[in-house]
Design a protein around this ligand. Sequence first.
Ligand SMILES: [Fe+2]
Length: 181
Amino acid sequence: MIHPLDNLRADHALVARACTALQAIAESVQAGCRFPAADTAVLLRFLRDFLAAVHLHKESSWLWPAIVMRGDDDAAASAGEVARLHEEVTELIHSLVLFWEPGDLSAPERAGFAAAVQALRDRIERMARIEEEVLFPACVRDVPPDDLLDWIEQFHRVEQERGGAKTWLPILDGVLARWVA
Ligand SMILES: [Fe+2]
């Protein structure tokens, strides 16, 4: 059976590819190309409906509380930092949704879009780094294996209800092919 942390690592890899695509779109928009509204909408829907509603939901419901309860002070502080970044990521996704409207953007709107994408990507990368370098090792070290027994089942339930990586892969396929080398 797949380890729950491997499930979360696989999510990180997919989210990182989506962020790379969004960054490429932001660079193209800033260079003056037409705003690719449809591709942007797919990526933002993925960040809202998968990153926030599935991946971060799994981590905030099971991983972070387990670290706060079982981990040492450093790990608990890192879980707090990730929870703070979670709020910022949610707000940035919400602000980027404002750019969904079809049609072209003014120069200040292009710059605003690129800045919001950069800020979002920075925070998503920082969260994943803290998790993979601090929280995942703390989970392996400090959380008793019995506590993890039902995580995968719970993760799959969330993925079935809301749409997991398997649901999103075919939806993202064309967008990633266009924007990720
Ligand atoms: Fe994560």
